[in-house]
Design a binder for this molecule. Structure first.
Ligand SMILES: C[S@@+](CC[C@H](N)C(=O)[O-])C[C@H]1O[C@@H](n2cnc3c(N)ncnc32)[C@H](O)[C@@H]1O
Length: 240
């Protein structure tokens, strides 16, 4: 990884949040710099070119900001030679429950992505090539998680991909730390939750396979004390 280059990409992606406010800008910089998932998406080519993307529980729209910054670097010819081409999404739709985050996302990114305030447990999220759910499903009980996953499966085109980041309950002390940090942050953000609903990677994988996905589990905590895993779930053609 080219660190100075990544730092510049982070600065480019976070810049639109400056006009939104100090918190939004600092949060964008810290999260994009500290969370390994953003670089991994590009370095590993996890988002196919010209994809239609749903970002469910999108927060203030950081994924859209990141992909937009990556695309502008790529088009300018400023791109690591050993990385696959930057994704050039056809569109990105974010769905987020908290009005404040939706406002921040819209204000920062204008027309380049669409953000709706909605509840992913019930909202309609139409056809897509890629569905992204980072650090969201543990807000819901297990049967609701399964219902959301089934609806995601039904919304994906053949060979579509679900990128699902979860905390792994089999991750020992790292998981315990992730759990309590998440719960405290979630409560501080105004969600009325008293517990989180987490599973092991084996359990998530089983649930996704039963829905017709094949699953690769990629550790996604590099540089952090957490037990996060990115499940790359690809839809097999025929699913029941
Ligand atoms: C930990 S944050 C992750 C944000 C974003 N995915 C990211 O990685 O930057 C989880 C987000 O899910 C949102 N969320 C929780 N329950 C939701 C629901 N039922 N519908 C839509 N968004 C929800 C929260 O408001 C929060 O913004």
């Amino acid at each position: 990884m080219n660190s100075p280059w990544i730092s510049e990409l982070v600065a480019t992606a976070a810049a639109p949040y400056r006009a939104v406010g100090c918190f939004a800008w600092h949060f964008a910089r810290g999260k994009l710099r500290g969370d390994p998932i953003f670089t991994a998406l590009l370095e590993r080519g996890l988002i196919p070119p010209q994809a239609r993307i749903h970002d469910l529980g999108c927060g203030q729209g950081l994924l859209a900001a990141w992909l937009r910054a990556a695309q502008s670097r790529y088009v300018a010819g400023d791109w690591p030679r050993n990385w696959p081409p930057a994704p050039q999404p056809t569109w990105i739709h974010g769905m987020e429950m908290m009005p404040r985050d939706v406002w921040r996302a819209r204000r920062a990114l204008g027309e380049s992505a669409e953000f709706v305030q909605g509840d992913i447990r019930t909202g309609d999220f139409g056809p897509a090539d890629v569905v992204v759910i980072f650090d969201v499903l543990h807000y819901f009980n297990f049967s609701v998680q399964d219902r959301v996953l089934r609806r995601v499966r039904d919304s994906l085109c053949p060979h579509g991909v679900l990128l699902l980041r979860v905390g792994n309950t089999a991750g020992g002390l790292r998981f315990v730390l992730s759990y309590w940090v998440d719960l405290l942050v979630i409560m501080a953000r105004g969600h009325r939750l008293r517990r989180l609903y987490c599973r092991s990677v084996a359990n998530w994988t089983g649930a996704l396979e039963s829905l017709g996905f094949t699953v690769d589990a990629l550790p996604m905590s590099r540089g952090t004390p957490f037990a996060n895993v990115l499940l790359v779930a690809r839809l097999r053609k025929a699913h029941g």
